[in-house]
Design a binder for this molecule. Structure first.
Ligand code: FUB
Ligand code: ZN
Length: 652
């Protein structure tokens, strides 16, 4: 385990490591100023975040705070005990956004809503409008479902973000008062605290670690450690759903409700980081590995079941019923980033990339006003949509509106997850965006790229110490089998044969301003098959190009649906950039056929002829007519008319 010796300036972001953190890497500062992610962040900043206050008003979240503050009359609004978190997550998003806002509108809304939150807080520090308004203020009587600590966690994260970006204490004061109240109530038997318990929905744990980082108060870290370690001891009835079946340290695979599991593991990684707890680190590594090999959809989406929003068994990765909650994708990014910092390993950022471009980004429409809570990998022809939160159609807001403000906060803080620096003053580029990467003091590199549409990434050293070498580390994505790099004052001056070791291409030099490195990542479209144990997609392939997973949408294939489509894998895939389509996307054009499937009659099954020895069973369809298939990036689906969609394409 390496330990940073000189601590670089701490960038403003969701994870601000303590000075003694036992990490391989520390977050670097990145300013995104053009390109793919700037576009998505602009929509977030100009449309999604500004609409928040109005949506929170009409959904009743702000009304509830006024009721709790005694400044309004009426009934509690909302269906869940955690509706306050929609406010907190929006506040966190707004807080990350604030430094980039020139006009005062956003700051005004933030200030007004913080005042409301502060007014709703009880004198003892407790704050949860559901319990204050509908349960006579009873506290911590329903830890399995009550979400009181979950709500506290989101409040604390919003407060930390607000304090980090503005230096203002108002919301942090509210959060600390609540955290102090929690600390006075929860603890091990014999600790003098009234309750030995955990919340059914982890979240407060990472928040408390961050509160420790922000305030330096060790007791918040200890409280986080207590909550993490009390999971798996039957305090909530021993259910896997809320990670109470087995202690984190002993678990061998992720299980239960996906978002809950992932927030808990982000906290485990945080604790390993701040305390050097090797057992927690090993458990986090083991669980991350088990999750990626057995329970992750090709989009990076997580969660197999609709009913309990939970992980399935290993390789149980349903297709049209994929759950893949947007919040789970976000939680995965949060956990993986902590693991990347802790270990320095590139694989964590591989998953972050896959998740950001696919499972996460599909959660928000291109216009920033419509959302997906679940992210299926297929919508069948003739789909009857259930509507509501679990709709496969984009929705303006949800009864359970956990995902939209979660997307807002990740997009508003995205620059925090892109690069790092290490004890030797090197710069590690985990994700490629247009902008300026600043690592150790005096090290700045500018990155220009049209990634993910083009694989050329040009990095220019702008600032560097003249007298000491440092290493520029470039992550070579796990999907990339064709990587080249050129170095020199001018591009092309010197081809450089750099080995890629464990996902990193490392260039150690005494750099000079103006030095350039041009990384070429081959973006040939490719076909991907799943492990044969993933029954739901056996015999199918997915189209991928660079970090993007592709899908077919019915609207691009007039004359029929998508259930009868077959991809011809013997024909080449062609790439066509379409500036006119979906805000400008690169499509992949493939050859396929539309099968003729005889009408089933009364029974859609038929006997298999086994007389011909080992020949596999065949279906009764015939090849049908050729059809040109146009695949679009999965993140951009469901932005046009409703229709079927599929990621996995049958090949026979
Ligand atoms: O329980 C709070 C949030 O609501 C969870 O994180 C989501 O999965 C949804 O169930
Ligand atoms: Zn959600």
């Amino acid at each position: 385990m390496s330990r940073t010796s000189s601590v670089p300036p701490t960038p403003v972001g969701p994870v601000r490591l303590g000075p003694d953190a036992r990490v391989a890497l520390r977050p670097a500062v990145v300013g995104i100023d053009a390109g793919f992610w700037l576009d998505r962040r602009e929509v977030n900043a100009r449309t999604s975040i500004p609409q928040g206050p109005e949506l929170l008003e009409s959904a009743g979240n702000l009304h509830n705070l006024r009721l709790a503050a005694g400044t309004a009359e009426g009934e509690f609004q909302g269906a869940y005990p955690f509706v306050d978190t929609d406010v907190y997550k929006w506040l966190e998003a707004a807080a990350w956004q604030l430094p980039q806002e020139a006009d005062g509108d956003l700051a005004g809304h933030v200030g007004r809503i913080i005042d409301l939150v502060a007014a709703a807080q009880q004198p003892d520090g407790y704050l949860n409008t559901w319990f204050q308004l509908t349960k006579g203020g009873e506290q911590y009587q329903d830890l399995r479902w009550g979400h009181e600590l979950y709500c506290a966690g989101h409040l604390i994260q919003a407060a930390v973000a607000h304090h980090r970006t503005t230096g203002r204490p108002e919301l942090l004061d509210v959060a600390r008062k609540f955290a102090d109240q929690i600390d006075s109530v929860f603890g091990l038997p014999g600790s003098g605290r009234a309750i030995d318990g955990i919340d059914g929905h982890p979240e407060v744990e990472t928040a408390l670690v961050e509160l420790y980082r922000e305030t330096g108060e060790r007791r918040y870290l200890d409280l986080a450690a207590y909550f993490v370690d009390r999971h798996g001891h039957g305090l909530l009835g021993g259910e896997a759903y809320c990670q109470d079946r087995v202690p984190v340290r002993e678990a061998t695979n992720v299980e239960g409700h996906a978002v809950r599991q992932l927030y808990l593991l982000a906290a485990a990684a945080d604790l390993a980081t701040e305390t050097g707890d090797d057992e927690l680190r090993t458990a986090s590594e083991r669980l991350w590995q088990a999750m990626t090999t057995t329970k992750t959809h090709v989009t990076g989406g997580l969660g197999a079941h609709h009913d309990e929003e939970d992980f399935g068994d290993p390789y149980e990765l349903p297709n049209e019923r994929a759950y893949c909650e947007t919040c789970a994708a976000i939680a995965s990014v949060q956990w993986s980033w902590r693991m990347a910092l802790l270990t320095g390993e590139a694989r964590y950022s591989d998953l972050i990339e896959r998740t950001l471009y696919n499972g996460f980004l599909a959660g928000v429409s291109l216009d920033g006003e419509h959302w997906l809570y679940v992210n299926p990998l297929q919508v069948r022809d003739g789909h009857t949509d259930p509507g509501g939160d679990q709709s496969a159609r984009r929705t303006r807001w949800f009864r359970c509106a956990c995902c939209p403000p979660n997307v807002m906060r990740l997009l508003a803080s995205l620059e925090h997850y892109l690069a790092s620096t290490d004890a030797d003053g090197g710069l590690q580029v985990h994700q490629y965006v247009n902008g300026r990467y600043t690592g150790a003091p005096g090290v700045t590199v500018r990155c220009e790229t049209e990634y993910p549409w083009h694989g050329t990434i040009a990095l220019t050293v702008e600032e560097t110490p003249a007298d000491r070498p440092w290493t520029l580390s470039l992550r070579v994505p796990q999907w990339c089998g064709d990587v080249r790099v050129r170095c020199g004052k001018e591009p092309g001056e010197e081809s450089y044969e750099a080995p890629v070791v464990d996902g990193w291409l490392r260039l150690e030099r005494t750099w000079a301003p103006g030095d350039r490195v041009v990384l070429e990542l081959g973006l040939e479209p490719r076909l991907t098959a799943a492990d044969p144990r993933v029954d739901s997609v056996r015999g199918c392939v997915a189209i991928e190009r660079g970090p993007l997973v592709y899908c077919l949408e019915q609207v691009d294939h007039p004359g029929g649906g998508l259930d009868d489509i077959v991809l011809d894998t013997t024909r080449p895939l062609a790439v066509k950039h379409r500036p006119d389509l979906l805000g400008g996307v690169t499509t992949v054009v493939a050859a396929g056929r539309r099968r003729h499937i005889p009408e089933a009659g009364w029974w859609p099954y038929s006997p298999v002829d086994t007389s011909s020895g080992s020949r596999p069973p065949t279906d009764s369809s015939t090849p049908g007519e050729p059809v040109e298939l146009t695949a679009i990036p999965y993140y951009a689906w469901a932005n046009r008319e409703d229709g079927s969609m599929r990621v996995w394409l049958p090949t026979s």
